[in-house]
Design a protein around this ligand. Structure first.
Ligand SMILES: [Zn+2]
Length: 677
């Protein structure tokens, strides 16, 4: 019989004798730890050269804003610590300090959770291993060469009276392991909604901890979109502390906000922080003095804005980093320009704030009224590449051919519905799949004379999955992909996953590829683009980034592309914002989402001007020797007597090859059409 003073969670597996002895030691026999986390880190922690710009002894005073969260961790009344923070600022070192502290001072079973198993391995190898090597007290406990009965692997490290296990939030087996006392959740916004079929990973983890009276749960991450950010939910569930360094001139204390940062014109070098008490400017030295002075305050500079309930939650931006010059932060903001996706990244990663969506859909009537006069199914001059997004419905297939140009400008070329049940008669000459194949073979004439084909096609495989996968396998792997929309996927499009496909009655495991597409991210982007106003002719301003052009489609199309809205829903006490249909036929939006994912996959959202010029040379729009773009606006008038260059030759059918940009290397993963059968 196990000792009666142990309480096991009902789901806990039977423990080995050694594990039980470990638990007994931890729960009853251990003297209380001597140092708090700050004292321990200042005494024993060393930063590694691989991971830190300032390797050597850790000094909390150099990252003063970390002192509050670290002291909170050592407070016996605190069960949960949440830090909603900027990227590259304190969060990883915070987790590492906690690990080192427990290995050396207060042994405990620990689990460190990353979004996926690959991130967990990388964290263990790239961050934890160097810490163990470079901090002498830890190296003495866990020498790098030590191998004890398999106790030291990348994902599981044992030390006397404790262990640390690294898991991915997507693996329920990892989360449902033996009880743990310390749970460190990194990057929680990237966790899947459900770990396998087991449910919300964060709730699964909380169940693991029920066994220990002195358990600690830590969440760290930078935020994402308002209403869809786990770290923000956790921050709001805690006592919501904000960092308020006192003004060295007047003693005024207020949370450091972006609105207090001032600069002249577009000159980041003029940036300063303005005290809201005395309006004195703080240069970087003054700002650092203000931040460093918080260690002498009883509150350590933090003010809780809600009642404490055992959960200490912190929010801190890059403005509280003494190492980040203000001019550098302002420059990042200026670089983001008016690009909503880059601005969102700035707000999330630098300011540690959620990105606020304006919740309403763009108005369909406004888009309908500003339709343009280019013919449906013709390619306007600004188009550089054609993509096709395909949505599979029960009785028909919908597709949109979209032309993309520089600065994410887009032209809807044609929107088509092919009637016929996609599931039936895959091989039949009247099936809608034949129509889709015709789209792949179709050619459009660019005003330069070049002939364009659809560069890539993305087919939704959520519905009629097997039919879609089989059809996609028969097409060119370089042009046609099967995608799967996932609301919370953290990127526009991710790396493909191998999935099972059923062929001629046989199941072929990993026989097809499915590409995850982050639908929330793309819908946000598309709606921010659709809301862009066209500048008036007098203003002579450039079209805004991502401007969308449409031909004379009917009303149903515009109702369809604006068919969804973000609406608040209260789930388990939290307000969540979810995309909800306000118009039933939302396929135009879905098709645009998939075509936009291809724009990202092809790298067209991050091409350099040089790469654009190369692409334009291929279209006959630019001179290969000089890289000068000749277009309708800059070409001399034919009647002004200036000699003209000969018109670019009209290429033979299929002879123009538009170079595909592949900055992420997705195409070189060894998956060719030969692998398809
Ligand atoms: Zn002041």
């Amino acid at each position: 019989m196990p000792p009666t003073n142990l309480k096991f969670a009902p789901i806990a597996p039977v423990l080995s004798l050694r594990e039980r002895l470990t638990l007994v030691r931890q729960q009853s026999l251990k003297p209380p730890p001597k140092l708090n986390l700050v004292e321990w880190a200042d005494e024993y922690r060393y930063l590694s050269k691989e991971a830190s710009a300032r390797p050597g002894k850790w000094t909390t005073a150099t990252v003063e804003a970390a002192r509050g969260p670290m002291m909170a961790y050592s407070d016996p009344d605190v069960r949960i610590v949440t830090i909603q923070c900027a990227t590259q600022f304190m969060k990883t070192e915070f987790l590492l300090n906690i690990m080192g502290y427990h290995i050396h001072q207060d042994p405990a079973p620990m689990i460190a959770i990353q979004p996926g198993i690959r991130e967990a391995e990388a964290f263990s190898k790239d961050r934890v291993k160097p810490m163990l090597r470079d901090s002498p007290v830890l190296a003495a406990i866990m020498p790098p060469t030590k191998t004890r009965d398999g106790g030291d692997t990348i994902l599981h490290k044992q030390f006397p009276s404790g262990h640390i296990t690294f898991v991915g939030a997507n693996a329920p087996s990892g989360l449902a392991m033996r009880p743990v006392r310390v749970v460190l959740c990194d990057e929680i916004n990237k966790y899947p909604k459900s770990a396998g079929k087991e449910g919300d990973p964060v709730s699964l983890i909380a169940e693991r901890m029920a066994t220990f009276w002195n358990s600690k749960l830590v969440h760290v991450c930078s935020p994402t979109i308002e209403g869809d950010s786990r770290i923000t939910d956790e921050y709001e569930a805690g006592d919501q502390r904000v960092f308020e360094p006192p003004c060295p001139f007047c003693g005024h204390r207020e949370e450091m906000k972006w609105s207090h940062v001032k600069w002249e014109g577009r000159n980041a070098k003029t940036a300063y922080y303005e005290c809201q008490g005395c309006k004195q400017p703080w240069d970087d030295v003054t700002r650092r003095r203000a931040i460093e002075s918080t260690r002498f305050l009883p509150s350590l500079g933090w003010r809780a804005t809600k009642e404490f309930n055992g959960h200490a939650s912190f929010r801190v931006s890059k403005l509280a980093s003494p190492w980040e010059p203000l001019s550098k932060i302002v420059q990042k903001f200026l670089n983001a320009g008016s690009n909503p996706e880059r601005l969102k990244t700035f707000v999330n990663t630098q300011l540690a704030e959620t990105w606020k969506q304006s919740g309403d859909a763009p108005e369909w009537k406004r888009l309908y009224d500003r339709r343009e006069t280019y013919a449906i199914n013709s390619v306007p001059e600004g188009v550089r590449v054609l993509m096709c997004g395909v949505d599979i419905q029960k009785d028909y297939i919908a597709c949109e051919i979209v032309g993309f140009g520089r600065d994410a400008e887009s032209w809807s070329i044609d929107y088509r519905n092919f009637s016929g049940k996609p599931a039936d008669n895959e091989g039949s000459p009247t099936s809608p799949w034949r129509e889709l194949e015709k789209v792949l073979n179709e050619e459009w004439r660019h005003p330069s004379g070049a002939r364009l084909r659809v560069r890539m096609m993305a087919v939704d495989s959520q519905y009629e999955t097997q039919t879609v996968l089989r059809w996609v396998r028969r097409q060119s792997a370089e042009r046609v992909i099967a995608i799967r929309g996932e609301e919370r996927y953290p990127q526009a499009i991710g790396a493909p996953r191998a999935v099972e496909v059923h062929l001629r009655g046989r199941k072929k495991p990993r026989g097809a590829k499915q590409w995850p597409v982050g639908t929330n991210i793309l819908k946000n982007e598309i709606y921010s683009f659709l809301k862009q106003e066209k500048p008036t002719e007098e203003s002579k301003e450039k079209l805004p980034y991502g401007f969308c052009h449409f031909p004379q489609y009917n009303e149903a199309y515009f109702r369809g592309i604006t068919a969804e809205q973000i609406v608040p829903k209260v789930i388990r006490g939290y307000t969540k914002f979810e995309w909800t249909k306000v118009y039933d036929r939302n396929e135009p939006l879905d098709c645009r989402v998939y075509a936009s994912a291809l724009r990202v996959l092809g790298g067209y959202d991050r091409m350099t001007p040089q790469q654009w010029t190369e692409l334009e040379v291929g279209l006959g729009l630019a001179d290969a020797s000089e890289g000068v773009i000749v277009n309708a606006d800059s070409a001399p008038d034919p009647d002004d007597g200036t000699p003209r260059d000969p018109a670019p030759p009209v290429p033979a059918k299929g002879s123009r090859r538009i170079k595909l940009v592949d900055p992420v290397g997705h195409w070189n993963d060894g998956y060719t059409s030969r692998d398809r059968d």
